[in-house]
Design a binder for this molecule. Structure first.
Ligand code: ZN
Length: 67
C-alpha cells in the first residue's frame, strides 16, 4: 500500500502543469494583489479567441480571474 501516493491528492493546490512564461497574470479584482502565473489553476481559450484564466489569490485565498 502506497500512502504517499494517496496523500498527493490533497496537495493538488499547486498547478499540475508547468507554465512556459513567468509573467504575472494580472491583479486580483477583489484586493488588487498581483498574481503570478505560478498561481494559475485553469486556463482556457474560448471559441472567439478570448483567453480566460482562473488563479488562486494569495491574499483572498479564493479563486479569481486576474485582470
Ligand atoms: Zn485577492
Amino acid at each position: 500500500m502506497n500512502l504517499g501516493r494517496i496523500r498527493r491528492r490533497e496537495t493538488a493546490h499547486a498547478p499540475a502543469f508547468p507554465m512556459s512564461s513567468d509573467s504575472p497574470l494580472g491583479r486580483c479584482p477583489t484586493c488588487g494583489t498581483a498574481i503570478s502565473s505560478g498561481r494559475t489553476l485553469v486556463e482556457y481559450e474560448r471559441a472567439n479567441g478570448d483567453r480566460r484564466r482562473f488563479a488562486d489569490c494569495p491574499e483572498c485565498g479564493e479563486v479569481v480571474t486576474p485582470e
